[in-house]
Design a protein around this ligand. Sequence first.
Ligand SMILES: [Cu+2]
Length: 144
Amino acid sequence: MFVKMIAAAATSVMLLAGAASAEIFIVEMLDRGKDGLMVFEPAFIAAQPGDTIEFVSTTKGHNVVSIAGMLPEGAEPFRTKLNADFSLTLKAEGLYGIKCAPHYVMGMVGLIQVGEAVNLQESAAVGHPKKSARRFERMFEQVL
Ligand SMILES: [Cu+2]
């Protein structure tokens, strides 16, 4: 009886682990967030291959664009329409830099780490408008 209960507990733990291995992160696109005007919130995410980011167009006028030089090898560049929700399933390991095209100069950028930050040096070397550069600096400090 006791052994059976342990087996059942082990099974449910494994099921939970299986569910947790493909996480879904919600990122809101906002005119105003905790970090000020024009933000992805949260702006930094540490994820694993297989996870999905759901970008939600909470306030209008935003989009999601991958930044040249801030994509891991094998990852496809992307650019969404304004006001569109966007689901990004992460496969390639590394750092993904994103921006909102209309608000790049206002610092609307984000950083997604998938597994190992294998492209850290080249990603950190990319230049940005001042406000975005400052926000990226703080995000790079969070890279694991
Ligand atoms: Cu925007």
